[in-house]
Design a binder for this molecule. Sequence first.
Ligand code: ZN
Length: 187
Amino acid sequence: MTLIEEILQTNEKFCANPPADYSGEDLHDSKLPKKKLAIVTCMDTRLVNFLEPALGLTRGDVKVIKNAGNCITGVFDSTIRSLLVCIYELGVQEIIVIGHHECGMAKTTSESLTKAMLSRGISADAVRMIQKDLNEWADEFKHPEENVRDAVAKIKTNPLIPKDVKVHGLMFHPRSGKLELIVKDEI
Ligand code: ZN
């Protein structure tokens, strides 16, 4: 059985017999995050089903936006777009950027990605097309904690984000589950 077939089969069983707390009526009624909170974090595999319980957050509480290395790459990048929807459409009043120790983005470079893409048959022209953005994104990420501070500052100073939205920064350990406060917004 292929992976996608396995997933579909599991889903059939899941829908036939969903866990009790997955069919709560209040969740059917609202897409608004109960905690009025959005989290920007990394796509790291170890955070799946681990980060939220470690923060005491559950289904319906929070909007979670993930990308490689919880990076903000521009004033209207994909993460900012999602945050704008969170704030202006979904009632979010507080944002937490959560980086993590042992983040793979600290080792990823424009050179390593370029080499890998070319070796998989991607054309040099296609790589050239994104080279500047690729360098600015992949080579700027040196240290996960520094990156959290940078992301918090970019959100906080973004001209599209209202000043009364709190933006905090945390670091998370993907093995112990320990959180560390890096930037606390006192407004
Ligand atoms: Zn990561």
